[in-house]
Design a protein around this ligand. Sequence first.
Ligand SMILES: *[C@@H]1O[C@H](CO)[C@@H](O)[C@H](O)[C@H]1NC(C)=O
Ligand SMILES: *[C@@H]1O[C@H](CO)[C@@H](O)[C@H](O)[C@H]1NC(C)=O
Ligand SMILES: *[C@@H]1O[C@H](CO)[C@@H](O)[C@H](O)[C@H]1NC(C)=O
Length: 395
Amino acid sequence: MSSFSTLVTRDNFAQLLAAVSGLLKTYLRSALDYVISGPRHAAWDFRTHYVRDMLLYLMMHQTDIGVQLFVKLSNSESQWPALTPGLQRVPQGFASMLVIPTYPLGPLPESCVWASELREVARLSEGREMHAECIVASNSSLANLDGRRGPRAILHFHGGAYVTGSVEQYRPVHLLLSQYTGLRVYGFGYRLAPHSLYPTQLYDAYCAYRHMQALGYEENEIVFSGDSAGGNLALALWQLLQKPRLFAMILVSPRVDIASSRRSWSMNAGADIIRGYNINNADDPLRKLLVPQGRPVDQRVVDLLADPYLSSINADLSRLPPTLVQAATAEVMFDDITEFVRRAKAHNNTSVWYDVFEGGFHDFQFVPLLIPNSIKARESIGKFIHDQIALVDRP
Ligand SMILES: *[C@@H]1O[C@H](CO)[C@@H](O)[C@H](O)[C@H]1NC(C)=O
Ligand SMILES: *[C@@H]1O[C@H](CO)[C@@H](O)[C@H](O)[C@H]1NC(C)=O
Ligand SMILES: *[C@@H]1O[C@H](CO)[C@@H](O)[C@H](O)[C@H]1NC(C)=O
C-alpha cells in the first residue's frame, strides 16, 4: 500500500475519495452488466469489458487523480510510464521544452477552401508562441538532446476530438512512441475548440512543421504521427503542404471521415469509448470546432462534412508517404478507416500498411491497458519505422 500514499496530499483528499468511489461504482456496475448481459463486444474477456467502462468514466470526469489511481490499481505503470506521480519528471536531458513561434504561410494549394481563414488566423496570431516539447526515451541511443536533432524525428499530432488534449497529457504517448521507434518525438500544443475554431489547429500544425524545418529537418526526415483527431490534422497538414515526401506517416485510429455515417458507428456504439457525433447538439465537439457558439448549423457547415481537409477519405490520396494505419474492430470509426485504407491502397498498394486489431477500441494503443494487443500494436509501430530505416540506410 505504501506506493498509494504518494497519491495523497493534504489538498486532494476529497478528490481522491470521489475518484475511489467513482471507480468502485463503475467497476461494480460493469461487473453486474457483464453477468447479466455478457461482454460489450463478442471478443472481450471480463478485463477488457471493465477496463473500457473505467476509461469511459475517467474520460467523462476528467479526473487526473482518478487516472493515477487506475494506473496503480491496474498495475500498468510500466506501460504508461509517465502517468505515475513522476510524470512531470522525465529524466533531465531526455525531454526539452520548446517554444514555437508563428511562421508566415507559404503558397497554399489552389483547391484549399480554408485559404482565407488560414490567412486571417496567421495575421491574428502574429507574435504568438506555442508550447511544445521534444522527448527521447531514456535508453535510446539518440538520448543526447544537445544538438536538438537526430537523423530523423516524429512530429506527433495529439488526439482529443479537437477539444481536449495537451502536450502534458500526451507526454506518455510521446515517450512510448520514442521507446518503440528509437526516434525523438516532438509534440506541440495546438489551440483547441471551442475557444479556437478550425482552421486555427491547422495553422498551429503548420507552424510546428515549419519549426522542425527551422531546426534542420528535411521533409524526408520527418515522420507524421497522429491518433484520432491528431490523424485528421496530420492528413490535413500533409495536403496543405502539397504532399511533402515525408519519411513516413503513422495513423492510429485516425478520424478520416467526420460525416460518421458508416455502419460501425451504430454497430460499435455500445462497445467503443467514444459515441456517435451529432452536430445538432450544442456540446458536440465537431460543432464546437466548426460553428461559433450560439450560432445555428447552416448549409456551409453541412457541406464541410465532406471537405477533404476535415474528411481526408475524400482527399486525393496519391503520393502518400509510407503509411502505417492502425484500427480496431470494436471502434465506431472502424469502417471509415478501412474504407480510407482501401482508397489509399488503390493509389499505391505498396506504401500503405493496415493493422487491424480484433476487439480493440478507439486509441487502445495509448491507454494504460492490460490487453496484449496494445503491446502488439506498439511493437508494430516500432517495426514499421525500423523497416523504413533499414530500407533507406541499406548500403
Ligand atoms: C529499453 O528499456 C526497456 C525497458 O526497461 C527494455 O525493455 C528495452 O530492451 C531497452 N532498450 C534498449 C535498446 O536498451
Ligand atoms: C494489394 O496487394 C495485396 C497483396 O499483395 C493484394 O492481395 C491486393 O489485392 C492488392 N490490392 C490492390 C488494391 O491492388
Ligand atoms: C509507391 O510507394 C513506394 C513506397 O513508398 C514508393 O517507393 C513508390 O515510388 C510508390 N509508387 C508510386 C507509383 O507512387
